[in-house]
Ligand binder design. Structure first.
Ligand code: GLA
Length: 783
């Protein structure tokens, strides 16, 4: 709900179910931020007066705004959007240079408008509501004919408020916009911690916490994409905030390019948080009549710790970001060809792989890289999107028919934004690739970036991809993007507009994504950028899932997916089971754990299903069957982290009606002589009775190694013929956990699990839980 509080001073109160956000227009015309936190109410300005910063005399050594407002020092008040030049020496929200070279800005209040409409996006993606109605406040500020609109959108049930801004140059002069951010939150105190998610290829979403006690802490990407170096999602919280208790603000940006966020503690111990398009390398020319739109930033607040924050964000993403046919539909279990065969593909080996996948229960087969042009390695052919006739003599149409005739769907990999110099496309259109004329161009993965700021290129991409997506029975597309930007320069734009290139690239990309997702509404698109180099809300507005990381090692994945879980729901995280030793780490983990971790995402497989052992095949068949039964909870259930961090991961996903839940317990390294573990549930109904159980698996006797000799009358040589024979025919049962208890018990005390194997005895009630072991627990309400 948005309330305008009428008085001499216009004030605004934005309320969600559990939070509130308030600001007032100062007599000087500056919107002063008053409050953001748990819900408050007020009907008159007097009631908000308690929140006002009291000011009689300015602090020492500051700039006084004006003689008329001689107690206003812009450096020491909380503001909604600040410029530079009049004394606010903190991070500005907007920076521009006028024709005369001056840079001071002073946007002041002109008017406001409250509506319940949020237009569907045209150029930039944004949040939406299914009924088209979103509470909306537009604050209009003005300076010398330049209009700055600040838009607030309120999503009450998710406790989310989003913000975006638009600059309209209605003045008579050309201006150079150097920054226009999206969010600014000024808090009156300091001591807040920032938790952000940095990383690299195969090491995405590595959580770290910093308390910026003085000065600034910056989270940014200069890679041209939202990047694995720093995800745009981050949190601000009290240092003692835990998973369930304590104040947390969550921030994200609906944007896939260079982003910037800063938490700054000012000279007066106020904290300012800003977020938006990265000003580094950005300069946008606005001629009279031109406008610039900043992307939408997302803010949430919760008193219920990191988990509370996450559930707000998850709900927001599921209800107001993901859209289209696949937005909230259960995702199929897929098998991807990449780690099975890399570039070495042919129609016959693909069909045989698809068949082996189908026999395991897979619902969709995906042909990855290598199918087009003379793409036999990553040095060539990006851009040449016609089937390689030697590998696929019958083209996409025959291959897709053969696969779909098996009763499963067919999808493929593309990387349309890129070109290899060694390609027919580059030969025909060298000026379509970004490069600075007559300068060395540095490449990543031997490829260059097509200049999507050029409409000729974006139009070609739409048509070429439409041709590819129509040339067979294609129901899934993996859209990849495998290099970060360097030598950013658009051969299409004039020199003075080169500072717009990176942003215009994003607008071009969004135009292409919008056109293709509208033309092919039945296709499930999955975003990818060397794994998670572009995992953000901008992509998710078009593509409902993103490949979380090229790293499929279950141990690494437990950290990476836990990282994503702070800001993104499970349904949008692509997660695959792959072969062991793992191709990124050479680590071997049990098939049970590889499945258990991947199952807390959009499950897929990426291995040669023909080469699997019969034991692994049997387990996989059972696992996929189980996944299909619990998929709605695993992909869309409310997600709680129970234990996180170094050695143990415990998670639980709970259905919306709290009748079903799936828990995960994973251990990285076993600690000897520690036999008892508990699984403490979260999110259940305390008054309902539940059955808590596992699916007891078969134990391969080889797990015990030479310990087998303690049980056999004759000596068995480890890994010898006899050992393998016994392992083939003798299967021991795993531990059974099966309890019935009230939700209050399962959440209060939790379940004391079966004793962990500790080298001092074994029977079938002992939980064999070596390094990298894990279990899933199923919890069902019993009526
Ligand atoms: C990237 C992707 C992989 C795979 C390869 C193909 O690395 O992240 O999943 O598709 O490209 O070249």
């Amino acid at each position: 709900m948005i309330k305008k509080i009428n008085s001499e001073q216009d004030s605004f109160l934005l309320q969600t179910d559990n939070t509130a956000y308030a600001f007032t227009i100062e007599p000087s015309g500056h919107p002063e931020h008053l409050y953001y936190g748990s819900k408050i109410d007020a009907d008159a300005l007097d009631e908000l007066f308690a929140l006002h910063q009291k000011r009689e005399f300015e602090p020492g050594n500051v700039i006084v705004y004006s003689e008329e407002h001689n107690t206003t020092s812009l450096e020491d008040i909380c503001l909604e959007c600040s410029g530079e030049g009049h004394g606010d020496v903190r991070e500005p929200f907007i920076v521009l240079v006028r024709a005369d070279g001056s840079r001071t800005t002073d946007f002041r209040y002109k008017s406001y408008e409250i509506t319940d409409l949020k237009p569907e996006f045209d150029s930039l993606p944004g949040s939406y509501s299914k009924d088209g109605k979103v509470e909306h406040l537009c604050l209009t500020l003005e300076e010398d004919g330049m209009i700055l609109e600040v838009h607030y959108y309120v999503y009450p049930e998710c406790d989310v408020i989003t913000r975006s801004a638009k600059l309209i140059n209605n003045s008579q002069e050309e201006i150079q916009l150097e920054r226009l951010l999206s969010a600014q939150l000024d808090l009156p105190d300091h001591g807040w911690a920032v938790t952000a998610f940095h990383g690299a290829w195969a090491r995405e979403m590595d959580k770290s916490t910093v308390i910026p006690d003085r000065g600034k802490y910056i989270i940014e990407s200069r890679t041209g994409c939202s990047s694995n170096r720093a995800n745009p999602f981050f949190m601000l919280h009290r240092p003692d905030t835990s998973e369930d208790i304590g104040a947390v603000y969550g921030f994200n940006l609906i944007y896939s390019g260079n982003h910037y966020a800063c938490a700054q503690v000012s000279a007066f111990f106020k904290t300012r948080v800003v977020q938006g398009v990265n000003p580094a390398g950005f300069r946008c020319i606005l001629e009279p009549g031109e406008t610039f739109e900043a992307p939408e930033a997302v803010m949430t607040y919760s008193d219920y710790g990191f988990s509370g924050q996450s559930r707000n964000m998850h709900r927001f993403v599921k209800e107001h970001i993901l859209r289209g046919e696949w937005g909230n539909k259960e995702r199929p279990v897929l098998l991807n060809s990449w780690e099975a065969s890399y570039f070495n593909i042919s129609e016959s080996n693909l069909v045989s792989l698809a068949k082996a996948g189908r026999d395991l229960g897979i619902e969709l087969f995906v042909m990855d890289d290598g199918w087009f042009g003379d793409r036999n390695d990553d040095f060539r052919a990006l851009g040449d999107w016609d089937c390689n006739p030697k590998k696929l003599p019958g083209g996409l149409s025959r291959l897709s028919k053969k696969v779909t005739d098996l009763g499963i769907g067919f999808g493929l990999w593309v990387e349309p934004e890129m070109v290899n110099v060694n390609s027919r496309l580059y030969e025909a259109h060298p000026d379509w690739a970004m490069a600075i004329p007559n300068k060395l161009h540095s490449e990543g993965r031997h490829q260059r970036i097509l200049d999507l700021s050029n409409p000729e290129v974006s139009d070609w991409m739409i048509e070429k991809m439409s041709e590819v997506f129509s040339s067979g029975n294609i129901t899934y597309v993996k859209w990849d993007m495998n290099r970060i930007f360097s030598d950013v320069y658009s051969p299409y734009l004039p020199p003075k507009r080169q500072g717009e290139t990176a942003h215009r690239y994003m607008l071009g990309l969004y135009k292409v994504m919008k056109a293709l997702t509208e033309r092919f509404p039945h296709i499930l698109f999955e975003g990818c950028a060397s794994g998670g180099c572009r995992f953000d809300l901008g992509i998710l507005c078009y593509f409902p899932q993103i490949w979380g990381s090229d790293n499929t090692d279950a141990v690494c994945r437990s950290h990476i997916q836990e990282g994503y879980s702070y800001g993104y729901p499970q349904c949008c995280i692509g997660a695959h089971v792959s072969a062991c030793p793992n191709h990124q780490t050479l680590r071997s983990t049990p098939i049970e754990t590889r499945f258990n971790i991947a199952a807390f995402g959009a499950l897929g497989y990426e291995l040669n299903a023909n080469d699997m052992t019969s034991d692994d095949k049997e387990q996989t068949r059972l696992q996929i069957t189980l996944y299909k039964v619990w998929r709605d909870v695993l992909q869309f259930g409310d997600f709680y982290r129970i234990r996180t961090g170094e050695n143990h991961h415990q998670w639980i996903a709970v259905s919306e009606d709290k009748s079903r839940a799936v828990g995960l317990f994973m251990q990285e390294l076993v600690q000897p002589d520690l036999q008892s573990h508990r699984f403490i549930c979260k999110g259940l109904d305390p008054d309902r009775t539940y059955r808590f159980h596992n699916i007891s698996g078969k134990v391969n006797i080889k797990l015990f190694g030479s310990l087998i000799n303690t049980m056999t009358p004759i000596h068995v040589r480890q890994d010898g013929i006899l050992h393998n024979m016994i392992a083939r025919f003798v299967k021991m049962g795993g531990e059974v956990e099966d309890y019935t208890a009230k939700g209050s018990v399962l959440m209060g005390a939790g379940v004391a699990l079966r004793q962990q194997f500790s080298g001092n005895g074994y029977n079938e009630s002992v939980r064999l839980f070596p390094d990298f072991a894990s279990r899933m627990y199923f919890i069902e309400a019993v009526e």
